[in-house]
Design a protein around this ligand. Structure first.
Ligand code: NAP
Length: 226
């Protein structure tokens, strides 16, 4: 499948690399491809420059958000939560219309320091904001409740015996996303319901961040025992 992964951070790179490895035709989207490829220094979080990653993943195309989205049959939103609506607006509503948006972003707000808070929260979610802003797109919130390496390789934790959630209004879109999740090796995909259930999935983040702090690693996940 032709897939546009919007986002050049750890998550975008990890998902794009994994999808390409599974045989998908992947283009990664960024605001300014030339500037993104020209960076030579690690970012503030110590993430290696994008060009270094791309040199090892030459089969992944690099394009503007709009060009990537135009060619994608399915869109992955792996942009910063505070910039997701802008990134998707730059991708262009017409390039999103009718397509599945697999939304893995979290609306983390660092403006008051650490730990971050969520904005929106409780009575709204980023998943719903995206669905409202792009009503012709079919948004499915997923994978936001685990670290990037576990998203695409669940076996890294407890042999893959843990859970992933999907939220969205469109049953066929959730089926398409579930197939991608299963392609990554996820076995316990729990449908939380319509896109309003993204509130719950996003509100896992405050707990996730505290567990990360306690364990000193992001390589863990939630298993819904039943
Ligand atoms: P990130 O640093 O949060 O986001 C990087 C991407 O966001 C870049 O592609 C950047 O565009 C774009 N971006 C930033 N501000 C923007 C703005 N104002 N307008 C348009 N685009 C903007 O990267 P990340 O750590 O890979 O996380 C991606 C998303 O996944 C986030 O929402 C995060 O909360 C979520 N998430 C992360 C993890 C994880 O393991 N890190 C786990 C679960 C969920 P350029 O390419 O142009 O710079």
């Amino acid at each position: 499948m032709k897939i546009a992964v919007l986002g050049t951070g750890t998550v975008g790179r990890t998902i794009a690399g994994a999808l390409a490895g599974l045989g998908h035709d992947v283009v990664i989207g960024t605001r300014d491809p030339q500037a993104t490829l020209a960076r030579t220094e690690p970012d503030a979080m110590g993430t290696a420059p994008f060009a270094q990653w791309h040199a090892a993943h030459k089969q992944v195309g690099v394009a503007t958000f709009a060009d990537a989205a135009a060619g994608g049959e399915l869109i992955v939103n792996a942009t910063n939560g505070g910039g997701s609506l802008k990134a998707l607006a730059a991708a262009g509503p017409g390039n999103l219309s009718g397509k599945v948006i697999m939304d893995v972003a979290n609306p983390l707000d660092f403006s008051q320091g650490m730990p971050p808070s969520l904005n929106p929260v409780n009575t709204d979610s980023l998943g719903e904001q995206i669905q409202r802003t792009f009503p012709e797109a079919r948004v499915v919130k997923t994978l936001n409740t685990m670290t990037a390496s576990v998203m695409v390789n669940p076996a890294r934790v407890a042999g893959g015996e843990h859970s992933v959630f999907v939220s969205g209004n469109d049953e066929d879109a959730k089926k398409a996303v579930t197939e991608i999740l299963q392609g990554f090796g996820h076995r316990d995909v729990i449908d939380l319901g319509d896109i309003t259930s993204a509130r719950g999935a996003e509100m896992i983040l405050p707990v996730w961040l505290r567990i990360w702090g306690s364990l000193g690693t992001g390589e863990f996940n939630f298993k819904i025992a039943r």
